[in-house]
Design a binder for this molecule. Structure first.
Ligand code: SF4
Length: 268
């Protein structure tokens, strides 16, 4: 299938960069019993702020770092909740997950939270798009306290990535390689979006990129869905993928087969 891509302008990045850390996380929402954000059942914090602009974003309302709806919570407050669920989470092979938005934009808070969790032997999962702004001791400390990274690799082709995500994939690919250097247990997530990531070439590019990454224990294929489209309207934005529907099962199976040929375990 041939597709013509229109380049969207770079998103407005100002006011979304690094902020002074005051010991609190800016939280969009909390799910005390999430089933899709890592192994087992999980306590999930959705952090505010994201610098990507995925056309299919189902959490459009997490983009801005500061919004009236967000709440600021410190680690002690969050841990009080986590501790009430810990036996239950552990019994299911679960734990906690930091997601968003993009949790790396608040990496000091996530580092502090994960450190507290590991002190109680609670499994930690970082669900990230790989947009690390700083490679420093804080990032290493965070990753030292992270049991599993779930890394979104949205598209390896740089031009299609810019169209689909609004910004280049340079930072994400750098982070992916960094995880491999650290031998950090990582699960790659790949959203299959008709017209953008569902073609065989894109699947081969992904397979070639992760093929020799021994730290990537599996790839999770996520069929595109329209469930978050209404949030765009609530934020006053036009949802540009109107009319794009979830991919057929055969497409997912084809991508699965291609990625398996690069020696990876695929879940779907
Ligand atoms: S990285 Fe996630 S939160 Fe950010 S725009 Fe993309 S889908 Fe939305």
């Amino acid at each position: 299938m041939s597709t013509t891509f229109a380049i969207t302008p770079e998103p407005e990045l100002k006011n979304l960069g690094h902020r002074h850390y005051n010991g609190k996380g800016i939280i969009h929402s909390i799910e005390s019993c999430g089933a899709v954000d890592g192994p087992g059942l999980r306590y999930v914090l959705f952090l505010q702020g994201c610098l990507m602009r995925c056309l299919y974003c189902h959490n459009r309302d997490t983009w801005d770092l500061h919004t009236e709806q967000a709440q600021e919570l410190d680690v002690a407050t969050v841990m009080k909740q986590v501790m009430t669920y810990r036996h239950y989470l552990r019994a299911t092979g679960g734990g906690v997950t930091a997601t968003g938005g993009e949790p790396l934009l608040q990496y000091e808070f996530v580092r502090d939270w994960f450190t507290a969790c590991r002190e109680h032997d609670i499994h930690t999962c970082l669900d990230s798009n790989g947009y690390a702004l700083h490679y420093d001791l804080i990032l290493d400390d965070l990753l030292d306290h992270t049991n599993l990274v779930m890394l979104d690799l949205k598209q390896i082709d740089p031009e299609i990535h810019k169209v689909l995500v609004g910004i280049p994939n340079t930072k994400t690919l750098k982070f992916a390689r960094y995880l491999t250097e650290r031998n950090q247990p990582t699960r790659v997530r790949y959203v299959v979006v008709p017209g953008y990531t569902d073609d065989e070439r894109s699947a081969h590019l992904l397979g070639e990129f992760i093929g020799d990454m021994d730290n990537v224990e599996m790839v999770e294929l996520l069929p595109y869905h329209e469930l978050g489209a209404h949030k765009w309207a609530l934020c006053g934005d036009e949802y540009k993928l109107k009319g794009v529907h979830p991919p057929p099962k055969e497409t997912i199976l084809k991508i699965k087969e291609i990625l398996e040929s690069y020696g990876k375990n695929i879940i779907y």
